[in-house]
Design a protein around this ligand. Structure first.
Ligand code: HGY
Ligand code: MN
Ligand code: MN
Length: 550
């Protein structure tokens, strides 16, 4: 079980993307989609401008979801979008959407972006980086006159992903995906102020929240560029993370009710000290992800003691806990274990413990086709990359219920995030934005490969059998990338499929080739398969190029 929180890094290589990091093998002419570069100065200026909104006395950024600061960040980006000749609007949930002036309202959308809010005393890049890069990528696509065929590109800045003020994480993406609680008017912040009041003051329209939902099929794909927020890429000296999965998370609210008493006159044996019991529970939460290895991370990040005075035994403690894992079954075990631990602490100390699940997000896999397009884009930019999981949650995992998702990571300095010292090298920030822009150009670029994406399934299968030499599981591996086949990912798909194919399949394909006169001689099981695999890929790409060019 890989440790998504960035523990001892093992090299994740997605079997289908069996590229060696830094592999910049060139594709044949018909498949080449050139890299697209952002305007680095303009992009970094936008990012630094965002960092001025919500600065706090500790030197961090406190731009909480559905707050006035988040609203100012949206306005700042709307102003930049207008200067770039784009159009923008705020949906009823407070999400910022940026489109081309002549956007086609009827085409499926390739959506890309991240969130604009931060945690308390957070960093300048978590979320904001992906939104500023989305604006820049859309600007460059329009400026360079990139071919936009088949899908409509839309940039998004989601509202309240963190849930730091209004404790309802993924607010904006859930509103868009139609998974916001029906009775969202009951959601309140810690002080009991309704979410709808915050939304109104942030420029949203709570009464029209239902209109923020995008119908099924409207989003063809979603891409999120984000800082890794962990140490893996920096430790391995890699430029880009091609995210293959995002952790699931369960958040608990918990009240520990004891008895408020005088600290000096109450004998130790007569106490029901809510903080002592809460402390025992906090230690048990930590044990879920350490001694018990029930889930990959377990944390208590919020604890409030009442009445919180030195000479009074605490009568009430409120705390929030969260557990995470890439495996939903392990999260369920963690939930059950924590429930029984709370019962045990309550019985042993005579306090009441009310533990509830306040939010669940499920672990998701990213889309295999989008992973290969991102990997190809990184390679075409000469950047090293590897597949890896995300230990952080992201809006992408909510949108995954409505569309295939892809995520791109850049390294975090020291692996630090959710902290004023969160930072990433400017060169790496620009590289990530280039990968986003190049990936989008490939997805949107249409061209002859578009015809392949539009082929009925059986015809596409027939074409691939002709190209690869015989039917077999490798055909499914390659078809799995439709409809995101792009110039470069075709080659990646075929090469990966042949590289991963069973020994016997390679032999039968090569013998079929020999019978058709495509290759020198038929093969015996002892033949040098590596050479044969390369020959099969060359023939397959030549045939594909012939078909595409026809
Ligand atoms: O907590 C997270 O994983 C994300 O930063 N919301
Ligand atoms: Mn975050
Ligand atoms: Mn984030």
């Amino acid at each position: 079980m890989s440790d998504p929180s960035g523990g001892p890094a093992t090299r994740h290589t997605d079997p289908v993307l069996a590229h060696a990091p830094g592999d910049t093998r060139t594709a044949t002419a018909a498949f080449a989609t050139g890299p697209l570069h952002v305007d680095a100065d303009r992009f970094l200026a936008a990012l630094r401008g965002l960092a001025q909104i919500g600065g706090d006395p500790q030197g961090g950024i406190t731009r909480l979801g559905l707050s006035a600061e988040e609203g100012r960040a949206r306005e700042f980006l709307q102003d930049l979008a207008e200067k770039a000749g784009l159009t923008s609007d705020i949906d009823p949930a407070g999400n910022l959407l940026i489109r081309r002036q002549d956007a086609d309202p009827h085409r499926p959308v390739v959506l890309f972006g991240s969130h604009l809010d931060t945690v308390r005393q957070g960093g300048w890049l978590d979320g904001a980086y992906g939104v500023a890069a989305a604006l820049e990528a859309l600007t460059v696509l329009v400026e360079t006159g990139a071919t936009i065929d088949g899908f409509e590109p839309v940039a998004v800045g989601f509202a309240n992903e963190e849930g730091a003020l209004v404790q309802y994480p993924f607010w904006g993406s859930r509103a868009m995906a139609g998974s916001l609680d029906a009775d969202s008017e009951k959601i309140v912040d810690r002080e009991g102020r309704p979410a709808w009041e915050h939304l109104l003051s942030a420029g949203g329209e709570p009464e029209r929240l239902a209109e923020a939902v995008w119908p099924a099929g409207r989003i063809a794909a979603f891409l999120e560029l984000h800082i890794e927020q962990g140490p893996v890429l920096e430790r391995l000296g890699l430029d880009i993370g091609v995210v293959d999965g995002i952790v699931g998370r369960t958040i608990f609210t918990c009240e520990v009710r004891g008895e408020q008493q005088h600290a000096g006159t109450t004998p130790m044996r007569d106490r029901r000290d809510a903080l002592v019991s809460a402390a025992q529970l906090v230690a048990r939460v930590e044990s879920l992800a350490t001694t018990l290895d029930a889930c990959s991370t377990a944390t208590v990040g919020y604890l409030d003691v009442s009445p919180n005075t030195v000479n009074t035994i605490p009568g009430l403690v409120r705390l929030n806990a969260e557990i995470r894992d890439t495996d939903a079954a392990r999260i369920q075990v963690g939930e059950r274990l924590l429930g029984s631990m709370a019962e045990h602490v309550a019985q042993a100390s005579g306090v009441e413990i009310d533990l509830r699940v306040s939010d669940r997000s499920t672990p998701v896999r990213t889309d295999i086709g989008l992973r290969s397009v991102i990997a190809s884009a990184a390679s075409s930019l000469g950047l090293s990359w590897q597949a890896m999981p995300s230990g952080a949650g992201h809006d992408a995992q909510i949108i995954a219920a409505r569309a295939p998702i892809g995520m791109i990571f850049v390294p975090s300095k020291g692996g630090v995030s959710h902290s004023p010292v969160e930072d990433t090298e400017a060169r790496a920030l620009v590289a990530g934005a280039d990968v986003l822009a190049t990936t989008l150009a490939a997805l949107l670029g249409g061209g002859p490969v578009r015809r392949f994406n539009a082929l009925p399934g059986d015809e596409a299968r027939g074409l691939l059998i002709d190209c690869l030499g015989c039917d077999g599981p490798w055909i499914d591996v390659v078809l799995a990338r439709r409809p995101y086949w792009t110039a470069r990912s075709v080659v990646t798909a075929v090469r990966s499929a042949v590289a991963a194919a069973e020994h016997s399949l390679v032999i039968s394909a090569a013998n079929a080739r020999a019978r058709a006169g495509d290759t020198r001689t038929s093969l015996s099981p002892e033949s040098d398969l590596e050479e044969t695999r390369k020959e099969l890929v060359t023939i397959a790409c030549r045939r594909l190029e012939g078909w595409l060019g026809a």
